[in-house]
Structures are given as C-alpha cells and as structure tokens.
Design a protein around this ligand. Structure first.
Ligand SMILES: Cc1cc2nc3c(=O)[nH]c(=O)nc-3n(C[C@H](O)[C@H](O)[C@H](O)COP(=O)(O)OP(=O)(O)OC[C@H]3O[C@@H](n4cnc5c(N)ncnc54)[C@H](O)[C@@H]3O)c2cc1C
Length: 511
C-alpha cells in the first residue's frame, strides 16, 4: 500500500512509538505527530515496563528498548502490613519516568524522520493525511466524536497519582488505617531518584476524610493540596517524612474504555484512546506501544487501509481483551482489599499474585519459594513440601478441622454439614447482585445453615468469580464455604484455599 502522508494525533507513548515504526516502515511517507502539550511538560510520574513488554519492544525496535532499559530502574516488590513485610523478586520489572520515556521516544521518532509539532490541540478531522492514527489518550476527542461504539465503565474506588523526591527501595504496597478508613499505596521507584506514589481508597473513606469537598474545590489544572498534606502525614513512615509531590494530582475513578470498533474511514484508534486497563496491572503503556507494533505490522502487509485496520484489530483485540479481563479482576481485588487484611502477609501476597488467575500457584512457588513456603506453613500449620511442583496437590490434601468437624483433605466427596447452595451467576461479587447474595447468606446462617456450597458453570472465568464470591461471603457472613469446580481447575482452587477464598473444594467429574 502506498502512504504519502500520515498524521498521528497525540504524542504519548503510543503515538510517538507508532510514528517511529511507521516512518521506519515507510521512509518516503511524511509522518507528523501533533501533541497539544510541550515536549517537557507531561502528566504523571513513573510507569512500569515488565519483562514480556521488553521482549516485544526488543523484537520491534532494539534501539529504542536499549535506551528505555538504560533509563529504567529495576526493582523488587514488597507488601507491608503494619510491621510485617514480605518481598518478592522480579528480575526484569523496570520503572521509568514518564518524562524520560517520552524524551527517548521523541528522540527516536525524530531520528527516524518523523516531525513533531507541539503546543496546539488538533482534531482528527482537520488533519491533512491519508492515514490518521488517533493516539489522543483516555479522553480521546476522536473517539468521543466518532462511530466507535464506546463503552466506559467507571470504577468504585478512588485513586490519586502523585510522587516522591526519593527512590523507594522496592515497589511497595502498604495499607494504612485511619479514623476515616483504609488508604493503600501502590508505590514504585523509577529513575532520577523519584518514585510514583499512587494511593487508593474506597468511597466511604474518601467522603469521611472530606476529600469529596477538597476534590470539588480543586481547579482542573491544580493539585488537591488538602489531600496531599493529609496523605503525606499518614504515609510518613513509607515516605521517610518527605512530602508527596503533586502534578495536577486529584482523586479520580478509573475509567475502563472499550470500543466495538477501532477504526472509521482513514482514522484508527490506538492505546488509551481505544482501550484502558486498570493501573494495578501496570499495562497501559505496554498496550499502547504494542498496539503501535501491531498497527504498523498490519499496514506493511495489507493492500489498503481498511484491510490493514481489520487485521490490526483482529490481531490486537484478543490480547487487549485478555488484559482488560485480568485488569478487571485486579481492580475488584484492590477495591475490596481492606477486607483481606486479617490474612498474614505471606498469604496476602499469594492472594495478590493469584488475584486475576494469571500467575499459577506452582509457578509463584518456583520463583519465590520462601514466600510461598511461609504462606503454606500458616495455611496448614505444618512444613510444606520441598518441591514447588508438588504444591497444588499438597494444598488440596491438607486436613481441615472446621466447627468441630474433621475433613481428611480439602476436596471431600461428601460434606457432612448443613450447606445452603448458592448458584447465582454474576460478574462482580462486590456489586449489588453480590450484596443480594450476601444478604441471602446472612439469612441462611441466622436460620441455622453451617455454610455454603458455591456452584455454577464450569468455565474458568465463572469458577474464578465463584471463588471471589465465596471469599466475600466467608469474610462477611462466616460459615464453611465449599466451591465447586471441574478437577482441571485444581490449581485455581489450591490458590483459593491458601488465599482464604474458600475452606473446601468440590471437584465435579471426580468420583
Ligand atoms: C494512575 C495511573 C498509573 C499508571 N501506571 C502505569 C504503569 O505503571 N505502567 C503502564 O504501562 N501504564 C501505566 N498507566 C497508564 C499509562 O499512563 C497510559 O496507559 C499510557 O500513557 C497510554 O499511552 P497513550 O499514548 O495511549 O496515551 P497518553 O499517554 O495519554 O497520550 C495521549 C497524548 O495525546 C495528547 N492529546 C490528547 N488530545 C489531543 C489533541 N486533541 N490534540 C493534540 N494532542 C492531544 C495528550 O496531551 C497526550 O500527550 C497508568 C495510568 C494511570 C492513570
């Protein structure tokens, strides 16, 4: 396909990377990036780039990746609850300042021959080009004005993105209890002796602390100084007494964007403009840059724009939707995080790692045997097996004494207790459908039920949600919980047992 002029709307990571790759693929095409901001002014602090992303960037453009890695800051991950700390290794997770990331991408886009125009806001319609790549971010006007079939889901929790003027040793997750409720930080170091310090809370805590008022009083281009001052105090230990730094920092609710179509005419959406995934899986930059790789690969091969856009979407959509689903589960986990703080920190770490069903328990045991061994010791009250390969079977085969009854292992064929069956099929155990199940469970307990059997479809998504529902009921109502699942999902059930999502498993298809 011949392309003589391409316009990229938005100079974030997605747009800049697309401009470079496009110019490398089509040296004779004029490629211009239109960015409303100035080159050195950016919103945000650091972003994380995981090993898998680095591999993909390496394959597409080793020069850019080399500079990103050189500017990045490798770190492990620590979960700290009160005085208890657990640390997991992560050999290839780097944090990089968004300013540095963009500076590197500016340089490489220009080096490839793309032109960068800063300082004015443009619309896709006014750009004179054969191809318009709309990489204009989560609030994309192009998407808003176009026939893309957009759906936006707004999260229940509130988060605030700020920074510190020193580099933390590790990525840190730490909850802090206050008279208003619980705030939890997700913080990680990045280059330049700084750290991203993101703080999350629930709506009730946010209102109790008066942050609905401070949010309303904060102009759109300013930071919520009232919140920053308060949070600086309650996180003083993690912050070593240093202040929190704002950068147009205010409380927000995460918006998950989904579009039925990613292109219309000569315009194609890319990155946050097309889709977002909750920040707790740290994937927004990755998705935007991988979209750029996918789009340019499709453009290179296809005879015309329509075919290229269709192939780009066909190639990228499954990966995007898979990540959005992981992110959705992760978001729900974090929004309900304070309910799990009774768990010892190592089991909480297992719960965190397995929250979306993406990290199998055995794999986590292989990479961080000490953490998993401590979690298993607490779970079973005895020494765990020496081999990580044996973890799933070992977890399932531990005995349980519950309410005076003895179970020889955690997947008994028969449970001799008065169990009420809960078979509601839902997608979010913490929404009003979940509230109704909890209310029903509470009534059943008052009427003498010993516990609950959670049953329903056998597909993995349904089973993971069932485990989450069981966890909620188990935490809020009590009683014995038994989650039914196909035997093929043993590892998910084992992770659920160690994470306190259920007491017992019941395998369908087992005699
Ligand atoms: C709290 C939080 C934490 C995050 N942490 C991580 C993380 O750890 N790792 C990670 O990978 N991602 C993270 N992200 C996500 C990441 O910041 C975004 O997903 C990523 O920047 C998307 O890139 P993009 O190029 O699609 O859009 P953006 O980076 O948003 O860039 C869009 C650009 O378009 C410009 N623009 C918009 N409209 C116009 C217009 N009309 N004319 C001209 N210019 C325009 C904007 O100024 C902006 O520069 C986080 C996000 C949040 C909210």
């Amino acid at each position: 396909m011949h392309l003589s002029r391409a316009a990229v709307l938005g100079g974030g990571p997605g747009g800049l990377y697309a401009a470079r790759l496009l110019k490398l693929a089509y040296p004779s095409c004029e490629v211009t990036v239109y960015e409303q901001g100035t080159p050195d002014a950016t919103f945000g602090f650091g972003v994380g780039l995981a090993a898998g992303t680095q591999r993909k960037l390496d394959a597409a453009d080793p020069d850019t990746l080399r500079d990103l890695v050189a500017a990045g800051h490798r770190h492990d991950m620590t979960l700290r609850v009160g005085a208890d700390t657990v640390r997991v290794r992560n050999d290839r997770l780097i944090g990089i300042a968004r300013t540095e990331l963009l500076a590197i991408l500016h340089r490489h886009a220009e080096k490839a021959g793309a032109a960068l125009e800063f300082g004015s806001r443009r619309t896709a319609a006014e750009l004179d080009a054969d191809l318009v790549i709309a990489a204009d971010g989560v609030s994309s006007e192009t998407r808003g004005n176009g026939p893309f079939g957009t759906r936006i889901d707004v999260g229940r929790g509130l988060y605030l993105w700020c920074g510190t003027d020193f580099a933390l040793e590790d990525a840190v997750f730490a909850p802090v209890h206050t008279e208003h409720g619980t705030f939890v930080t997700h913080a990680y170091p990045y280059s330049g002796g700084r750290s991203t310090f993101l703080i999350e809370t629930d709506e009730r805590t946010w209102r109790n602390a008066g942050f609905d008022v401070s949010t309303a009083a904060t102009p759109f281009d300013a930071s919520d100084e009232v919140s920053l001052a308060y949070l600086g105090e309650i996180f003083a230990e993690q912050l070593r007494g240093r202040p929190l730094i704002g950068n147009r920092t205010r409380w927000l609710r995460f918006r998950t964007v989904r579009c039925a179509r990613w292109s219309a005419g000569r315009t194609v959406l890319l990155g946050d403009a097309a889709h977002t995934a909750h920040f707790s899986i740290g994937s927004g930059t990755k998705l935007a840059m991988e979209d750029a790789i996918g789009l340019v690969a499709a453009l290179r091969e296809a005879p015309d724009l329509a075919t290229a856009f269709a192939r780009y979407e066909a190639a990228r959509r499954p990966a995007v939707e898979r990540l959005q689903e992981l992110a959705r589960r992760s978001q729900l986990w974090w929004e309900s995080f304070p309910a799990r703080l009774h768990l010892p920190v190592e089991r909480l770490m297992v719960a965190y790692m397995t929250r979306s069903g993406n990290v199998p328990l055995d794999r986590f045991a292989a990479t961080n045997p000490d953490v998993v061994a401590a979690a298993l010791t607490h779970y079973a009250g005895e020494q765990p097996p020496p081999s990580p390969d044996a973890v799933t079977g070992w977890v399932l085969d531990r005995p349980l004494i519950h309410n005076g009854r003895h179970y020889p292992h955690r997947h008994p064929a028969r449970v001799d207790a008065n169990l009420v069956t809960l078979d509601e099929v839902l997608t979010d155990p913490w929404d009003e459908t979940g509230d109704a199940v909890v209310a029903r469970a509470r009534r059943a307990r008052a009427d003498g039920a010993d516990g609950f059997r959670f049953t329903g479809p056998g597909d993995r998504a349904a089973v993971l949600t069932r485990l989450d529902l069981a966890e909620r009921v188990r935490t809020e109502v009590g009683g014995l919980s038994v989650v039914e699942a196909p035997a093929a999902l043993r590892e998910d059930l084992a992770a659920g047992l160690v994470s306190g999502r259920t007491d017992l498993a019941s395998f369908t298809g087992e005699s």
